[in-house]
Write a protein that binds this ligand. Structure first.
Ligand code: KG4
Ligand code: ZN
Length: 334
């Protein structure tokens, strides 16, 4: 079965063609980051308009590269995300599926992220613990199969990626903050500034990152003049270290409590080099998608849709797009 995947939940237009026999046949991505950079964050209306502009060309490109004229099904991101942006992908997907006379399935964006490591040559077998760290979510989830997700812990305030983005803004490092902070941190000393390790002293697997951002703000306010490049690098490195250490300890706890020895790391923050280095110290096998599939992409949506259809999920063009959609509401394919 060949499934065309379309992702448009935020600021990335992603398209891919996944074949359940042969794997990923083609994929293409257009990142809107330069469009939103001037505003320091994603502008929803600009995002929707650019998805309208980019997606048709990306779909033509992917079908052409894969040598496929009419896939067997279409999968589109149905949520969570920016509602206007989601509507663009869903409308385009429905139109194509109708024209081709093929089924269409609405995919949960986070399920796409969770399953993305399965696009790699050595995919993780179920069950595993997943650390989902993106711009909108920080979650630890026990994954026992497609749609069998148990939420173990999540952020009570800012997501890890959001903390990177807000801290980068404070340090005037630009948007998106994750790559900017991690690049600056390379020149900094992670032990230079003592920052809190939020919620590590409490039991449980929840996270909190907003206090960390405030601690960075206090540091910046203590500077009498704009920070020197070294001060900024040291603070970036110390901030990154605090986030990485918090994620490391919670993953360690989740693995210990569950007795599992497999960890999947997904979502944009999973591209962070220091995080990857630190997680090597876990007594577990750690799986990642390739860096380009850590952030939003069409391949993970095509894959999640294909796995659900293959498992017998009933596809209907009547699915709703949803700005909010708790992952725990997803069930097994039906
Ligand atoms: O998964 P994603 O592309 O979009 C969402 O679904 O949110 O994640 C984007 C987030 C942004 O907050 C970005 O700053 C962060 O991932 N990010 C990183 C890195 N690359 C992207 N954070 C830390 N280190 C990175 N290298
Ligand atoms: Zn995402």
């Amino acid at each position: 079965m060949q499934v065309l995947g379309i992702e448009s939940s935020c600021d990335e237009s992603g398209v891919a063609l996944f074949d359940t026999e042969r794997g990923l046949l083609a994929h293409a991505l257009f990142s809107q980051i330069p469009i939103h950079q001037a505003y320091g964050g994603v502008v929803p209306e600009l995002a929707s308009r650019d998805h309208v502009r980019r997606l048709p060309g990306l779909i033509r490109q992917v079908l052409g590269e894969a040598g496929v004229q009419r896939p067997d099904a279409v999968a589109v991101t149905a949520g969570p995300g920016l509602i206007g942006a989601l509507l663009v992908g869903a409308t385009l997907g429905r139109t194509l599926a109708y024209g081709w006379g093929v089924p269409i399935i609405g995919v949960h964006h986070l399920e796409g992220h969770l399953l993305a490591p399965m696009l790699e040559p050595d995919p993780p077998p179920f069950p595993f613990i997943a650390l989902l760290v993106s711009g909108g979510h920080t979650m630890l989830i026990r994954v026992d199969g497609i749609g069998r997700y148990t939420l173990l812990g999540e952020s009570l305030d800012d997501a890890a990626g959001e903390a990177f983005d807000k801290t980068a803004k404070l340090l005037q490092l630009g948007y998106p903050g994750g790559p900017a902070i991690s690049a600056r941190a390379e020149q900094g000393d992670p032990a230079a500034v003592s920052l809190p390790r939020p919620m590590l002293d409490r039991p449980g697997l929840d996270f909190s990152f907003s206090g960390l951002k405030t601690a960075v703000l206090h540091q910046v306010r203590q500077w009498t003049a704009p920070g020197t490049p070294q001060q900024v690098a040291d603070l970036a490195a110390s901030f990154q270290e605090a986030v990485v250490e918090t994620l490391f300890v919670k993953c360690q706890r989740a693995l210990r409590d569950s007795g599992l020895q497999r960890l999947v790391v997904a979502g944009g923050v999973g591209a962070n080099r220091r995080l990857r280095e630190r997680l090597k110290q876990l007594p577990a096998e750690v799986y990642y998608p390739r860096p380009e599939f850590c952030t939003d992409n069409g391949a993970m949506i095509a894959l999640a849709g294909a796995l659900r259809l293959q498992a017998g999920e009933h596809a209907s063009p009547d699915f709703c797009v949803r700005a909010r959609w708790p992952l725990e509401q997803l069930g097994v394919p039906a």
